[in-house]
Design a binder for this molecule. Structure first.
Ligand code: FDA
Length: 378
């Protein structure tokens, strides 16, 4: 018998396997790809530049527990993420803040906006674009229109292929408007990058005698479910399944497909020290790509070459091998998801965890916290 099968060797899968193995449990991980780390996977390219294969990943958490756990398997590089947006021919801080206003408007107009912002809200507050749009102050409404059109509207069209109003409001609210001069993107207590990269950190996490890893294997090729029992290769009983792959796929899309957005990355390598001034620059209103990432700013790697990634949002067709990047947060989709989760509640020994199994945009620390909670519940 296999006591614990973990489907997926991404962030959640590796943490679950590690925690179970620490409790002296036997674990088999089955992973569809030929590599571990899931979306956080990183690797060295031909010019020896460390790149994040599935988009920039910055680790940030307020959780002492998560930070301590990962620190057992990595040293850290301190890194404060700051993002710029190319707006009206200027590079300005995103999330939009007082510095962005000062850069974009002539001083008299800018000062009027700043004065009204500070008197209507509190200095240091993070508000949503919806708070600003709904304010009763006419000057702030005018500013809200500008920010909405220049920062959110076109970016959302490119990213999600619909307007901000057609998505759950939380999506747009994830990027606040900051009533301060603090240019940081994240405000968590811990903000850092694994010194030798994410893949190395996760490899160390699952390099344990009681963890086996099967790569290049879709779990459906080896797992069968009959009368509620899980079996590998039709004969070996599996007790618990910790499932981090798409939830609709597990149930053969019984209640319909859960839609995703996908991305394509175009990597370019240059023989120069740096390409741009920041790790990430957003282009809401220009070009087909949404943003350009330069990895060396994040990894602090010292090499004569630098690699950038231009990020192009795409439709996601799983049958064509597209990678599901973002669950699409809309009511209809959530209703489909609830049908799957109701079915899961009636099952025994089946634990869906992570962004694909929970059909939710989770950052890494949230995926890890969910993984820890699941193991703790056993
Ligand atoms: P993840 O997708 O990583 O792992 C699932 C694993 O299951 C994959 O390895 C997959 O191959 C495998 N699998 C799928 N189907 C299977 C099957 N049928 N059989 C076997 N295996 C299967 N977060 C953050 O904290 N900071 C950041 O800066 C970013 N940046 C970022 C950028 C972009 C572009 C995206 C899309 C996301 C981020 N994130 C992030 C979020 C981060 O990627 C996310 O939190 C983790 O990937 C979640 O880990 P999971 O293990 O849940 O999924």
């Amino acid at each position: 018998m296999i006591e614990n099968l973990v489907v997926g060797a991404g962030v959640a899968g590796c943490v679950i396997a590690n925690r179970l193995a620490q409790k002296n449990k036997q674990v088999l991980i089955v992973e569809k790809r030929n590599k571990i780390g899931g979306q956080a996977h990183d690797s060295y390219n031909k010019k020896n530049v460390l790149v994040h294969d599935y988009g920039p990943h910055i680790f940030h958490t307020d959780s002492e527990e998560v930070f301590k756990l990962l620190s057992e398997y990595t040293d850290w590089i301190l890194y404060n993420h700051e993002v710029l947006g190319f707006i009206d021919n200027n590079f300005v801080p995103i999330p939009f803040n007082i510095n962005s206003i000062a850069k974009l408007f002539p001083s008299e107009k800018g000062n009027k906006y700043i004065k009204n912002l500070i008197s209507y809200f509190n200095y240091g507050e993070k508000i949503t674009i919806w708070d600003l749009k709904n304010s009763s102050n006419e000057i702030l409404k005018e500013l809200a229109e500008y920010i909405y059109n220049k920062v959110f509207y076109n970016y959302t069209l490119k990213q999600w292929d619909c307007s901000p109003e057609q998505l759950d409001r939380e999506v747009t609210s994830k990027v606040p408007v900051n009533i301060s001069k603090d240019n940081r993107y994240f405000f968590d207590k811990y903000q850092m990058i694994p010194a030798e990269g994410y893949t190395t950190m996760f490899r160390k996490m699952i390099e344990m005698d009681n963890i086996s890893l099967l790569l290049n294997t879709d779990f459906k090729d080896i797992l069968s479910i009959k009368n509620g029992d899980f079996k590998l290769y039709e004969t070996i009983r599996v007790k618990n399944i910790f499932y981090t792959a798409p939830i609709d796929y597990f149930f053969d899309f019984e209640f319909g497909k859960l839609p995703y957005r996908s991305l394509k990355f175009k990597h370019e390598t240059y023989s120069r020290k740096y390409y741009q001034q920041n790790a990430v620059i957003n282009y809401p209103n220009n070009y087909d790509f949404t943003r350009v990432t330069e990895f060396k700013h994040i990894t602090k790697q010292k090499t004569p070459f630098t690699t950038i990634a231009k990020e192009y949002p795409q439709k996601c067709n799983l049958e064509d091998g597209d990678i599901p990047y973002y669950p699409i947060p809309k009511r209809d989709n959530r209703e489909i998801y609830y049908k799957y989760s109701a079915k899961v509640k009636r099952m025994k020994n089946f634990y869906p965890v992570g962004r694909l199994a929970q059909y939710e945009y989770l950052n890494m620390t949230q995926a890890i916290e969910n993984a820890l909670k699941t193991v703790a519940k056993l």
